[in-house]
Write a protein that binds this ligand. Structure first.
Ligand SMILES: *[C@@H]1O[C@H](CO)[C@@H](O)[C@H](O)[C@H]1NC(C)=O
Ligand SMILES: *[C@@H]1O[C@H](CO)[C@@H](O)[C@H](O)[C@H]1NC(C)=O
Ligand SMILES: *[C@@H]1O[C@H](CO)[C@@H](O)[C@H](O)[C@H]1NC(C)=O
Ligand SMILES: *[C@@H]1O[C@H](CO)[C@@H](O)[C@H](O)[C@H]1NC(C)=O
Ligand SMILES: *[C@@H]1O[C@H](CO)[C@@H](O)[C@H](O)[C@H]1NC(C)=O
Ligand SMILES: *[C@@H]1O[C@H](CO)[C@@H](O)[C@H](O)[C@H]1NC(C)=O
Ligand SMILES: *[C@@H]1O[C@H](CO)[C@@H](O)[C@H](O)[C@H]1NC(C)=O
Ligand SMILES: *[C@@H]1O[C@H](CO)[C@@H](O)[C@H](O)[C@H]1NC(C)=O
Length: 333
């Protein structure tokens, strides 16, 4: 008995995969990180007295300068910037863990400097000021979650100091030109916010250190760039309006652990040598207009744990190797 045709079996297979392998996949690949889910927030209890006391804060200034809190170890300028962003500063923001992990400081003296700032659930009347952002140019990590405040142009100092930038359902809209100034990023996450850009290359072309990129549900058009950094481990371009083929150069990304191109307008065949992606654990090409067969070369990917090819125009039969792969469970046929 020959296997049933792909269009019939594939949806079954994939439903099964989706419902059975996700937990396995999660435990099988603990390092795989796709879009950060909003941080699991426990109650915002503030630690009582455990200060990791840095080299004693010097005697507080006795001038009349209206410092917001003379006891803080944080740079006064940055303390004022935090207040303008509605971050509570009645307790020293440098004491860990800060409420909601919103702030992390370095150990400079006499004043400590912010290296990480996470804004979430901002009030709608919050407004970003250029001056405040400029004084935060020591940040390596900046993230916005549910902060639909009006975006402004980021000071260049801040843009180039960031290693990680996250914007989830925040800042109303972004531009590719604005994002492309974040040249030192290793991690970029933009999700559920429209990005006005001529294409992904205009956003990513200048980022030479990027390892993980998510630009999802961002209304991005154009093509998947032919030149992507070989250092990339995670790519999520799902929920956009990308068109054209999956370039065969994608198969050069030998460090790539997850590739999510779900829900775009991609056409053409999946590259034959897709199996060259030897680090791949998680791949979703679902909800596109891809055609042709699932490449046999995929059987060579040792740790593949999650595959979604549903809702395409793929033909042929379900490759036999899906049944033989250790980490994939498929129904007996
Ligand atoms: C794999 O990707 C799917 C969707 O693209 C996601 O739901 C799932 O959590 C991912 N699993 C891992 C282990 O990354
Ligand atoms: C500063 O610290 C002193 C003693 O540690 C305390 O009495 C005072 O209330 C603190 N001031 C502020 C503004 O937190
Ligand atoms: C803060 O971060 C630490 C370490 O990353 C984590 O263990 C903790 O759960 C976080 N707390 C909150 C409230 O998110
Ligand atoms: C933000 O709001 C969401 C939904 O109301 C809530 O689950 C989450 O804990 C909030 N996060 C913070 C850091 O306040
Ligand atoms: C960021 O990149 C610029 C230009 O590429 C470089 O001159 C600078 O040293 C980098 N800054 C950091 C903090 O890595
Ligand atoms: C998506 O982009 C198109 C133009 O490319 C624009 O007309 C439309 O308003 C955008 N949608 C959103 C939600 O930004
Ligand atoms: C997108 O950018 C182009 C070129 O910079 C501009 O003409 C257009 O108005 C922008 N569209 C939106 C929705 O911001
Ligand atoms: C699958 O589709 C491709 C073009 O999309 C076609 O060339 C090929 O013959 C088809 N194969 C089968 C088995 O239907």
């Amino acid at each position: 008995m020959s296997p049933p045709p792909l269009p019939i079996l594939l949806p079954l297979l994939l439903l099964f995969l989706i419902s059975t392998t996700t937990t396995e996949a999660a435990s099988a690949s603990p390092t795989a990180t796709l879009p950060p889910s909003p941080s699991p927030t426990s109650s915002p209890t503030v630690p009582s007295t455990k200060t990791p006391s840095p080299t004693t804060s010097p005697t507080p200034p006795t001038t009349k300068t209206p410092f917001p809190s003379i006891n803080s170890t944080l740079s006064p300028k940055q303390l004022i910037a935090l207040q303008s962003l509605d971050i509570p500063t009645s307790k020293d923001p440098c004491i860990q863990p800060s409420p909601h992990n919103a702030t992390i400081c370095d150990s400079s003296s006499p004043f400590r400097l912010l290296i990480s700032l996470h804004l979430s659930n901002c009030s709608s009347d919050l407004s970003l000021s250029y001056t405040a952002l400029k004084s935060l140019s020591t940040l390596q990590s900046l993230s916005f979650t549910n902060c639909p405040v009006t975006p402004i142009r980021f000071p260049l100092d801040l843009a180039s100091s960031l290693h990680s930038f996250t914007c989830i359902h925040s800042l109303k809209h972004l531009t590719g030109v604005g994002l492309s100034r974040f040249v030192n990023l290793t991690d970029l996450t933009v999700s559920n916010v429209p990005v006005n850009t001529s294409g992904l290359y205009a956003v990513l072309g200048n980022m030479r250190k990027l390892r993980s990129v998510t630009i999802s549900n961002a209304n991005v058009t154009g093509y998947i760039p032919k030149h992507l950094l070989p250092s990339l481990t995670h790519i999520d371009f799902s929920g956009n309006r990308l068109k054209g083929n999956i370039p065969s150069s994608v198969t050069l990304l030998e460090n790539l652990e997850s590739l999510n191109l779900y829900s775009n307008a991609l056409t053409g065949a999946i590259p034959d040598n897709f199996g060259d992606l030897i680090s791949l654990k998680n791949v979703s090409l679902g909800s596109n207009s891809l055609s042709g067969a699932i490449p046999d070369s995929m059987s060579a990917i040792p740790e593949l744990a999650y595959v979604d090819m549903s809702s395409n125009q793929l033909n042929g039969t379900v490759p036999k190797f899906f049944a033989e792969m250790k980490k994939l469970k498929v129904p007996e046929s």
